[in-house]
Design a protein around this ligand. Structure first.
Ligand code: PLP
Length: 433
């Protein structure tokens, strides 16, 4: 399988090049050059296969010509070594819980897979790879945790000092081993600019192999298809139309769902659930894509005003908004509606939603009012304990903290404080190599 740029003016490349490049030279994002199709009956017949088996089978066309079969099997088995429960709320509504990985958010799926794939390439070339990540909070911990203890990879996380939550900082700074946390005396934008400049610096390029682990990397997109196919195998949707509500920010999760549908996953509709950062919902309503500065909300992992994976959605639908509307409908909700939904779902079902899942719940409700007797699935992207400051006041009681989150709180922070310029980063990187 080759990978081509959404901008169409750089040559198609192998998976390995797409993963190590991150962004295509023409500034576009990589997409597989074709999306193979399988029959829905085939997916329906997979109800007794494990998540890993399904990931192995459906990932095969994308990965097997670049990675030996036994290696690919190991990558899949190690990456997805946690539960993916499907919880029923009422007759027509289900929750697909994607937060049972080590950092309690769905980003674990993609981050763990990408880490092992990159490690495979590092091994193949017998070269160390330094992964740079700028983070405003959650992405950094999922990515760093994915790479923790992975051979031949060093991870350098840049985060803005004093601007992440206490729990997020603990998750970023207490891992040790091959993970280094740089506490930047500046903003998230400074961190991002430092990383961007590093990738363009010829001297660094000569001294070390740098790679990016941010969400535009194709290795983070593809593994997110697997849980949509897994969902269909469990709900056997060939007997009924199902609709999936996806809490959306940078649109990687939604794009992967649409690719799974293109592969044959029998999902009738997707719902793009936005908070007040409603660029996509607006686009679906008006046909005009109008990026805007992000505003902060209680579902902060979706505070994205200019979603980067929109280019991939456009590529999937040949820039045809009508075609996209056939598959996706968008809704957006305020913080007030979100916290009330957390209270309601707790009262009604005894189920504790996190703020992102709550936006997904609201969107599904709105959809079901228009489409009666539709089976809906909410993709729950984070554990509610990660957002206890929002969830606890809404439900009027404490959220039990899973042991692995609590364990971080007990460990000592280890960070290296640096200034907010590229030169500061370069000095650090070159002193290590
Ligand atoms: C990243 C994230 C999202 C948004 O996912 P995208 O793929 O960027 O649309 C939603 N919820 C949580 C908890 C996240 O961490």
């Amino acid at each position: 399988m080759n990978y081509q740029s959404t901008n169409g003016s750089s040559p198609a490349v192998s998976l390995q090049q797409a993963v190590l490049n991150g962004l295509a030279p023409d500034g576009g994002l990589y997409m597989p050059s074709e999306i193979p199709h399988v029959s829905p009956e085939f997916i329906g017949a997979m109800d007794s296969l494990s998540f890993q088996d399904i990931a192995y089978i459906f990932g095969a066309p994308y990965f097997l010509d670049s990675v030996p079969g036994f290696e690919y099997r190991r990558i899949v088995d190690e990456s997805f070594n946690f539960d993916v429960p499907l919880v029923q709320l009422d007759r027509d509504s289900w929750v697909l819980e994607l937060f049972h990985g080590p950092t309690l958010a769905f980003k674990d799926f993609a981050a763990r897979f990408m880490a092992r794939l990159m490690a495979h390439y590092a091994q193949e070339f017998d070269q160390r790879i330094t992964v740079l990540v700028a983070t405003s909070g959650d992405t950094g911990s999922a990515v760093a945790h994915g790479f923790l203890g992975v051979d031949k990879i060093d991870v350098v996380i840049l985060y803005p000092s004093g601007r992440v939550s206490v729990m997020q900082e603990k998750q970023l700074t207490t891992m040790g081993q091959n993970i280094t946390a740089l506490e930047v005396q500046g903003s998230f934008d400074d961190c991002q600019a430092m990383v961007k400049t590093a990738f363009l610096d010829p001297e660094l390029a000569q001294r070390m192999k740098l790679a990016s682990a941010n969400s535009i990397n194709i290795a983070r997109l593809l593994p997110q298809m697997f849980y949509y196919i897994f969902l269909c195998s469990r709900l056997r949707p060939q007997w009924m139309p199902i609709t999936v509500s996806v809490p959306s920010g940078n649109l990687g999760n939604l794009t992967a769902g649409l690719m799974a549908k293109r592969m044959g996953a029998p999902i009738q509709h997707f719902i793009a659930a936005n908070n007040n950062n409603d660029t996509l919902a607006q686009y679906l309503r008006t046909g005009v894509f109008h990026p805007k500065p992000s505003v902060s909300t209680v579902s902060n992992a979706m505070d994205v005003g200019n979603p980067s994976n929109f280019a991939r959605m456009q590529a999937l639908y040949n820039n045809d908004v009508e075609a996209m509307r056939h598959d996706v409908i968008g809704y957006s909700f305020t913080d007030g509606q979100t916290t009330r939904a957390i209270a309601t779902t707790y009262k009604q079902y005894g189920y504790i939603m996190d703020p992102h899942g709550a936006v997904g719940y609201l969107a599904l409700q709105e959809y079901q009012q228009m489409h009666s007797s539709c089976t809906g699935v909410i993709v729950e992207t984070a554990h509610p304990a990660k957002f206890a400051d929002v969830v606890e006041p809404a439900i009027g009681q404490t959220v039990p903290m899973p042991d692995r989150l609590g364990a971080y709180a007990a460990r000592a922070k280890q960070s290296i404080v640096i200034g907010n310029t590229f030169e500061d980063l370069k000095t650090f990187l070159t002193s290590k190599h």
